[in-house]
Design a protein around this ligand. Structure first.
Ligand code: PEP
Ligand code: MG
Length: 367
């Protein structure tokens, strides 16, 4: 049975004729991609690749990569990751044939792939007390040293996103290789593929300049090996306030911007969503300090003003720049009205929000 009734489909189709915003979806597996497509998504605006690293087989490979003593060992672990990641991309590109798929390179802090520091401390203490398994103890102690080195007091402001890409360039290289091998394989078989690469957490144009060059180099190498021609598009998340403020310099290095309003809201207000929601945020809204939860509704005088500025600066520096949003606000009707007014090209939201986003975009266009 159809998920959307024929009457609702017709209403959506009327809306599609008037709306200016494209509606894309956030999805990172073929099932969600197919669902998004069914709901009328015009592409994937955010494919978070970290979710692809989390299966138990993947985590052990990533752990070996992090714990590697040298480049060679790290290279071997990454070689194992390549075919798995390639399959991930084949699935998603195939599900979205003919439509753009924006793949965001690895974002979370590396320590997320390692065991918890406290659990490990308990285990090492117990092993020391028992003294009956010196090999295991040595192995766990080595792991503990690494976990301590990687441990961060504020991981969301720490060693993640493009900072990983700069310090562990081979991780991003393998991801780019996997994506373009997948794209080339499908393209050679006659499937229309439109991959795009997105760099997370950029705050300085030099970060993007360096990583963009690396992405293009690896993508060109793969396409040449496979004898396939595809356009290479590289863009960036705008989710650090500094990136919004220096959008002109950043736009010169980017084919597109995607506002990551989850992080941008957190960093602009200076409070974390997890900590704010259960604590003072409710009191702020009740007390009228804030007119709505800024994580739910784009805040015009604050985060919205940064977006407005970045769109203007970005388009002035690079008139070809495509601009969208992929934070949770991309699926909220009130925020979508703001996105329309500020002149974004697209919103990207969770698959189930695509129909609502299409209607909200149409309503915004009707004024
Ligand atoms: C964001 O920060 O808004 C975003 C889309 O990225 P993530 O939620 O994965 O940090
Ligand atoms: Mg983010």
């Amino acid at each position: 049975a159809p998920v959307l009734s024929p009457e609702f489909q017709e209403l959506l189709a009327w809306g599609d004729e008037v709306r200016k915003l494209s509606v894309l979806a956030n999805a990172d597996n073929p099932e969600d991609a197919a669902k998004a497509r069914e709901f009328g998504a015009q592409g994937i605006g955010l494919c978070r690749t970290e979710h692809m690293f989390l299966g138990p087989d993947r985590v052990s490979i990533v752990q070996r990569m992090i714990l590697a003593e040298d480049e060679e060992e790290r290279g071997r672990a990454l070689e194992e990751l390549l075919p798995l990641q390639r399959q991930d991309f084949v699935g998603i590109l195939r599900a979205m044939a003919g439509l753009p798929v924006t793949v965001r390179l690895l974002d979370p802090p590396l320590h997320e792939f390692l065991p918890n520091l406290e659990d490990l401390l308990v285990e090492v203490t117990q092993l020391r007390e028992r003294g009956d398994d010196p090999d295991r103890l040595r192995e766990r102690e080595r792991l503990l040293r690494k976990v301590r080195v990687l441990h961060e007091a504020n991981p969301m402001l720490g060693h993640r996103g493009c900072r990983l890409g700069i310090t562990f360039p081979e991780v991003y290289r393998v991801q780019v290789r996997a994506l373009y091998e997948a794209a080339a394989e499908l393209a050679a078989g006659g499937v229309s593929v439109k991959p795009e690469v997105m760099i997370p957490l950029v705050g300085h144009h030099r970060e993007l300049e360096i990583l963009r060059a690396q992405v293009i180099e690896e993508a060109e190498r793969v396409l040449q090996e496979k004898g396939v021609e595809l356009p290479i598009k590289v863009g960036t998340m705008i989710e650090v306030p500094r990136a919004a403020l220096t959008a002109g310099e950043i736009a010169a290095q980017a084919d597109f911007f995607s506002f990551g309003t989850n992080d941008l809201t957190q960093m602009t207000f200076g409070f974390s969503r997890d900590d704010a929601e259960g604590k003072f945020l409710h009191a702020y809204v009740q007390g009228g300090i804030l007119d709505a939860d800024p994580f739910m509704v784009l805040d015009e005088p604050g985060v919205g003003r940064l977006i407005r500025w970045a769109v203007q600066e970005g388009r002035t520096a690079n008139p070809e720049l495509k601009v969208g949003i992929c934070g949770e606000h991309g699926g909220d009707p009130r925020s979508i009205t703001f996105c329309h007014n500020v002149g974004l090209d697209y919103v990207s939201c969770s698959p189930y929000r695509v129909p609502v986003a299409r209607l909200a975009a149409a309503r915004a266009a009707l004024g």
